[in-house]
Design a protein around this ligand. Structure first.
Ligand code: SF4
Length: 172
């Protein structure tokens, strides 16, 4: 019998899949309760942007199976709206995870990632290769999260925009 904490774990897996591709240290910190991102201005801005892009969408945010939140689910597609495509690979894998999760529930959909500032929509679909890789990714997420301490910080071009920047690189 799954517990409430199991449900919570599944609900945030989409974010973890995204962070896995951004930075494994970020994944570890987020998974261990340092969730600065949830209250950031970026999240609020993303929600606002989404309402502008899909003003007529019947369901703007959907909680599926009481576990995961997805911006919009239509008869055809699951859509995510992102502020920029800087983390495009991470965005893609996050949507692959939603598609894969829905598939386990018998719901087949395509994925769309909207980058309104760039006037562009990226379409994604599951393939057998992606399903196999996703299972490996989910297993590796478990491995990273269960490490006794976070992976070392490695400075990347996008670190300054990360909510954990001061935590990783402050000299104090
Ligand atoms: S600041 Fe850089 S190293 Fe630190 S968590 Fe963010 S992306 Fe990872």
């Amino acid at each position: 019998m799954p517990s409430l904490s199991d449900f919570e774990n599944v609900r945030i897996t989409g974010v973890k899949v995204n962070y896995y591709f951004v930075c494994k240290r970020k994944l570890w910190l987020f998974s261990h309760g340092l969730a600065f991102e949830s209250s950031s201005e970026k999240v609020a801005l993303g929600k606002l942007l989404h309402e502008v892009v899909y003003p007529s969408a019947r369901k703007r945010e959907v909680l599926i199976d009481n576990l995961i939140r997805i911006d919009v689910v239509s008869r055809r597609a699951v859509r995510e709206t992102k502020l920029s495509s800087k983390m495009e690979e991470a965005d893609r894998w996050q949507v692959y995870y939603y598609l894969f999760y829905l598939e386990q529930l018998g719901i087949k959909r395509e994925g769309e990632i909207a980058y309104p500032k760039e006037k562009r929509v990226e379409r994604v679909r599951l393939t057998d290769e992606i399903r196999e890789k996703l299972i490996e990714v989910l297993e590796d997420i478990e491995r990273v999260v269960s490490l006794p301490k976070p992976p070392e910080a490695e400075k990347r071009s996008y670190c300054r925009a990360c909510a954990y920047y001061d935590f990783c690189f402050s000299e104090d």
